[in-house]
Design a protein around this ligand. Structure first.
Ligand SMILES: [Zn+2]
Length: 384
């Protein structure tokens, strides 16, 4: 019997605006509320069934499933920066504009215990509301990795600091790591903590030598200090983003407790799995590759990544350039490739984008500049 292989596709909000709303059959949420989110979620699952049902996507009669509508998430990649005092303003296109801190502000930064912030109050109120509504509440806050957070806090200057002001860079990375450890302690007290997410999307910008010197020690620190929060042996998900893992895996293997890693589908997956034994590998295919490849080329890429040892395939950020027909062809292509490589594809097209379920658009947020000292009652969606 063929082994199941999960394939997760996520589309951008722009994609949904074009192909879901522009048909005219559906209307956008009129307000940032759980009722409206649930309505859109169920309609989207039906839409996916109508378009891609033959590939097992969507639902003919959509039901509540406690997958997305019960997730608590705000500030996307700027969650840790927000906790550390970075001001954030919602932008028209979605998500947040971060106002980096100045050098003297960074020098006087100290780790923050999230339990003492107004934002922790907001999360606990949201937990209460979602528990009442769905019987569960999942913590989805995007904690990221130290270097990812540092460049949102300091801006692009951080890349200069990594080379020329190493003491400043190390101070910021240490403050972030200690704050992150406190965050996971809080999550493990209040929620069902499933994993620690170490996101290293920025590694492709800094290269393996700088990562080894400046970033890696903090990944090791966070992994070691959060071990006591888990009863299982492995709990680290190391996110390399859609770049090659080849030059980094010999460094990542020094981070303990990794159970999952991701990277470009072109990565040497065998090498990654030999370096980090027992870790699953999520193979990421960039939608631009899909646009630029013929059907044959794409098939070769998928078969190659499956034969290489991929445990899952992810196609993230599908934008409006990829239309309904393109997606249908993609599902067909992946199905054929999986069958050839001896797998049974199990598709999941995510019905709501993360910026949608955190309502990070100017039409739902006011145009305030948010700061971590703000009263939690000002935050949207409301938690009372
Ligand atoms: Zn990434």
């Amino acid at each position: 019997m063929k082994k199941d292989l999960n394939i997760v596709l996520t589309c951008t909000t722009g994609w949904w605006n074009k192909y879901f709303y522009e048909e005219g059959k559906h209307r956008e949420p009129c307000e940032a509320s759980d009722d409206e989110l649930e309505r859109v979620y169920l309609e989207r699952k039906r839409f996916l069934f109508e378009k891609f049902g033959e590939y097992g996507v969507g639902e003919e009669i959509p039901v509540r499933d406690n997958k997305i509508t019960n997730v608590i998430m705000k500030w996307c990649v700027d969650f840790i920066p927000y906790i550390l005092g970075v001001r954030l303003k919602c932008i028209e296109e979605g998500f947040w504009q971060a106002y980096p801190l100045a050098e003297d502000e960074i020098r006087s930064l100290k780790p923050v215990d999230i339990a003492s912030t107004p934002f922790s109050e907001w999360m606990l109120r949201r937990k209460e509301i979602l528990n009442k509504r769905y019987g569960s509440a999942v913590i989805g806050q995007n904690v990221e990795g130290s270097v990812n957070a540092a460049y949102r806090i300091r801006g692009e200057e951080f890349y200069f600091d990594l080379l020329m002001k190493k003491d400043l860079a190390r101070h910021l990375l240490e403050v972030i790591a200690q704050t992150v450890i406190k965050v996971y302690e809080f999550f493990s007290r209040e929620f069902d903590l499933k994993q620690v997410f170490l996101a290293n999307c920025t590694n492709v910008h800094i290269g393996p030598a700088i990562y080894e010197e400046m970033g890696l020690p903090y990944d090791i620190l966070v992994a070691g200090e959060t071990k006591r929060l888990f009863s299982c042996e492995k709990f680290i998900y190391l996110h390399n983003c859609d770049s090659l893992t080849d030059k980094f895996v010999d460094l990542y293997k020094r981070v303990p407790y990794i159970y999952k890693i991701d990277g470009s589908h072109n990565s040497d997956i065998r090498k990654a799995k030999n370096s980090i034994p027992e870790a699953g590998f999520i193979s990421i295919i960039n939608p631009i590759i899909i646009q630029q490849s013929s059907a044959e080329e794409l098939k070769d890429r998928i078969i190659k990544t499956l034969n290489g040892g991929a445990d899952e395939i992810a196609v993230a950020n599908i934008d409006p350039v990829t239309d309904i027909n393109n997606i249908e062809n993609l599902l067909k292509n992946i199905t054929e490739s999986c069958n050839e490589a001896g797998f049974n594809p199990v598709f999941d097209v995510v019905p709501i984008t993360s910026d949608e379920y955190e309502w990070s658009f100017t039409k739902y947020q006011d145009n305030r500049v948010n700061h971590c000292s703000d009263d939690w009652r000002l935050l949207i969606p409301k938690a009372f």
